[in-house]
Design a binder for this molecule. Sequence first.
Ligand code: GRF
Length: 280
Amino acid sequence: MRDTRTVTAETSKLVLAVLISGGGTNLQAMVDRIEAGALEAQIALVVSSSPEAYGLVRARDHGIRTAVVDYRRYGKRQLSQIPERLLPDSFPEVMKRQRLYRALPPAEVQDRIARLVLAEREMISLLDPMGIELVCLAGFMRLLSPYFVSHFQGDGRYRIMNIHPALLPAFPGEHGYQDTFSYGCKVGGITVHFVDEGEDSGPVIAQAAYPIWPEDTPETIHQRGLQLEYALYSQCIQWFARGQLQVTTGAGGRSLVQILDPGYHEFLQELTRLAFTRSA
Ligand code: GRF
């Protein structure tokens, strides 16, 4: 059994890094809750994979330090340019767990890994001096390679969290709302999970569901889902900050996350009640 954060009487606010690529409305929701005193955390740094991300403006407006790691600057590289120690032998195999890489020829996979690792090395050099306790992905549209993941979680403690716009393991990938709608689902949902080396495959922390009514469109369910995202993501970070997430090993060796907050049922019931209210 592993606690994700050990909390003592002296434990200070959780130090976060938030990685974004776009509009940053989830980032905004975190900032709002922190400023309202509802989330005991501080955002030490926001890193964007794109210089145009509007989330950067949101961060700066609130006095939060920002940085850009522009992945496009890393062109095609040869694997030989990467220091050997950054690339364990198992890399190409692990990367093939990502749908995007599965169909590619080995040389192309190696090339893409090389580009990812170079960008991640830059990102790590920004994050390491800041004493980051939790890395939150909030609309970060780049894969994380095993190099980045093991840098933060190599000791077996999960420190990278993501918000996914579907009820995993259904609809992994980038288009959770559209995929849920196109499939004809009558209920959709969102998932907050820890990140592992696979594609949206890390341990589920919490999920919330919303109804899909006959008159809905992809856009209306997107808006409904986002309201759940904002509330659930911040709550999961708060559980992490308070040491209320515990990881156990389940059948088949899979990591399972237990939420220790006695208010969990009430929180989820209220969230779900709002989502299922017809006007929501
Ligand atoms: C959200 O729907 C999130 O679930 C997904 O990317 C979107 C980010 O939106 N991972 P925003 O940038 O936070 O507005």
